[in-house]
Design a protein around this ligand. Structure first.
Ligand code: 2AM
Ligand code: CA
Length: 263
């Protein structure tokens, strides 16, 4: 990792700075725009924070590429499996940012030739920085997160996107009935990145979400991996961070138990 120490140091300082900017922004009037529908929101902060990262990355690392949710980097076509790639979600949980002014995060990950190097998920309201360097363990602020322990569904608090619990064209919603029935409790936070960080830190025992994008999961995958949790798609196929994916991240045992109901 020594090789990427400078990238890591810069990424950490940009992420914390971006968090401060978002914290300031929620005290102001947030202007909302719609992307594809009334529930697909974007704000000038989504674009502003993404541009902040793009500006800094291009200045420091001009040969690196950037994948950001708002797509503002204007990178020419590139093969993510053969380059240095920064994967940025400037605000994960934009709806929460607008409505709740909390429960959102900044997700930043750095990959080399398709392989994870490091990732950050920052909740600027709680001032919680989840981070991991591949092979170096995962941390919340300065505290190392322990290896994930097994758990059964009956003692698990799990996060499910409610859209999966109603008839939908992606998945048979009836498969979730026994899961909701048997779980100790079901929650939904609304920031996929934070949900992954919460699974890594034991606040949630599992999270399930659909059709997530690279920027929603890139940092979370690295952090989870460091505590011994390997997220998969809900059909148990491996996740390729550069493709859309359903996501099932759960403690050992619970992952298998959930797959049993989802098959
Ligand atoms: P976002 O806030 O960065 O869009 C709940 O909405 C979770 O699903 C969030 O992490 C959100 O990320 C993600 N998500 C992915 N695609 C989405 C979409 N088309 N509309 C709303 N949320 C989406
Ligand atoms: Ca976003």
């Amino acid at each position: 990792m020594n090789q990427f120490h400078y990238e890591y140091k810069m990424a950490k300082s940009w992420t914390l700075q971006a968090g401060s900017m978002l914290k300031e922004a929620i005290a102001e009037n947030i202007k909302v725009e719609y992307k594809t529908s009334l529930s697909d929101l974007v704000t000038e902060q989504d674009r502003g924070i993404e541009n902040y990262f793009i500006h800094n990355i291009k200045k420091e690392f001009p040969d690196h590429f950037i994948l950001g949710e708002e797509g503002q980097s204007n990178d020419r076509e590139f093969n993510p499996y053969e380059n240095y790639v920064w994967i940025i979600d400037p605000i994960d949980g934009t709806t929460n940012f607008i409505h709740q002014k909390r429960n959102f995060s900044i997700s930043v990950a750095f990959y080399k030739n398709g392989k994870p190097i490091f990732g950050f998920i920052y909740d600027p309201i709680q001032e919680e920085l989840f981070e991991a360097i591949k092979g170096g363990g995962a941390y919340i602020n300065q505290s190392k997160l322990p290896e994930a322990k097994p758990a059964g569904l009956g003692e698990a608090v799990i996060s499910i996107n409610p859209m999966w619990l109603i008839p939908n064209n992606k998945f048979d919603h009836q498969k979730f009935i026994p899961i909701v029935d048997k779980a100790r409790a079901v929650r939904y936070l609304g920031s996929a990145a934070l949900e992954m960080a919460y699974v890594a830190s034991g606040r949630l025992d599992a999270m399930l979400d659909f059709r997530l994008s690279s920027w929603d999961i890139a940092a979370g995958l690295i952090i989870l991996n460091e505590v011994g949790i390997i997220p998969t798609k809900v059909n148990n196929e491996p996740i390729d961070v550069f493709q859309h994916a359903t996501t099932l991240a759960a403690r050992p045992n619970l992952h298998e138990e959930l797959l049993f109901y989802l098959k």
